[in-house]
Design a protein around this ligand. Structure first.
Ligand SMILES: C[S@@+](CC[C@H](N)C(=O)[O-])C[C@H]1O[C@@H](n2cnc3c(N)ncnc32)[C@H](O)[C@@H]1O
Length: 307
């Protein structure tokens, strides 16, 4: 045996030794904290629960178990991406919305908790929607991952949803999620610029369109500005390009007494309320705050054509 073979270190020595789950958890918390990642402790536990395929309860019951070599290398692969500030949801292809898990990747915006308010408001107006023999119909404009459209289909028996996005790539993700939650037969996907090609009428239009002013995007966290698709964020100079255009199209696509529910950015609700009040066909028209007290959704019922 030649001596150089003895001096060559075995491949696995390049990896960190396998730590206990608890020690690995602490190491990840330190790495994430040093990298400026919010919620370092929570994210570290999500990584380890994912890799060890444990429920939170099992995870806390097995903190002394040593990671297997394959688990160890999977942790390292995830951590190296996360330290570059790629969102954990993209790395794990998983995000939660209204109690369900959705597939996500860099083709779509990661669903946000504040958007759940749109679902809550739909549930609130459900009893007063115009009656349709086959059940209510919804147009979800800017569907992205399909989180809103799929949730509506899951929550409202018989509801049919047209899920629109201008991005073909986003619609591919929405299709995955509609199939995952077994509502592909009631969520119809359409590539369109807002409602331009829509001929039918709907009981409700819901929309979470891009609303970040272009100049503000660079100032967002690296997770958002460097990784989330800019077509899902960029709302033009004042953030209201797509929303303004949707407001001018909405009445043509709504049933009389149908509702328009628009998610807006912080500080934008008054401008959108003003825009809609000039059309003299929305009553009631109001903004609804999220849990932080920020006016987050503008909601209006279309009572008829211009009065
Ligand atoms: C803020 S994301 C919202 C995604 C999803 N509804 C959610 O709440 O997680 C906005 C979406 O609107 C789409 N979008 C942007 N401009 C559009 C347009 N003119 N017509 C249709 N969709 C548009 C983007 O591609 C993106 O998927």
């Amino acid at each position: 045996m030649n001596s150089s073979m003895h001096s060559k270190p075995p491949r696995y020595s390049k990896l960190l030794p396998c730590l206990s789950i608890q020690a690995s958890w602490q190491r990840l918390v330190d790495l994430f904290t040093d990298a400026g990642i919010d919620c370092a402790r929570q994210e570290a536990s999500i990584v380890l629960q994912h890799v060890t395929r444990q429920t939170p309860t099992d995870f806390f019951a097995n903190l002394q178990r040593t990671l297997l070599p394959a688990e160890n290398s999977q942790v390292e692969a995830i951590v190296s991406r996360r330290l570059l500030r790629e969102p954990l949801q993209y790395i794990l292809n998983s995000a939660h919305f209204y109690g369900r898990e959705f597939y996500v990747d860099s083709r779509v915006l990661i669903p946000r908790p504040e958007t759940e308010l749109l679902i809550e408001l739909v549930r609130e107006i459900l009893p007063v929607l115009p009656q349709r023999a086959a059940g209510p119909t919804f147009a979800d404009v800017g569907t992205g991952s399909g989180s809103v459209a799929v949730t509506l289909a899951c929550e409202i028996a018989g509801a049919r949803i047209l899920a629109i996005d201008s991005s073909k790539a986003a619609l591919q993700v929405a299709r995955i999620n509609a199939a995952r939650h077994s509502v592909g037969d009631r969520v119809h996907l359409l590539q369109d610029d807002l409602l331009t090609a829509v001929g039918a009428r709907y009981s409700v239009i819901v929309a979470n369109l891009p609303y970040v002013p272009t100049k503000d995007i660079q100032g967002l966290s690296p997770e958002v500005s460097c990784f989330e698709p800019h077509h899902a964020l960029d709302g033009g100079a004042d953030g209201l390009d797509a929303i303004t255009r949707l407001c001018s199209q909405a009445a043509q696509v709504l049933d009389t007494n149908g509702w328009l529910l628009l998610e807006v950015g912080e500080g934008q609700a008054d401008g959108v309320l003003q825009l809609l009040s000039q059309q003299h066909m929305w009553e009631p028209l109001r903004s609804v705050p999220d849990l932080r007290g920020v006016s987050r959704v503008v909601a209006g019922r279309m009572v008829g054509s211009h009065r």
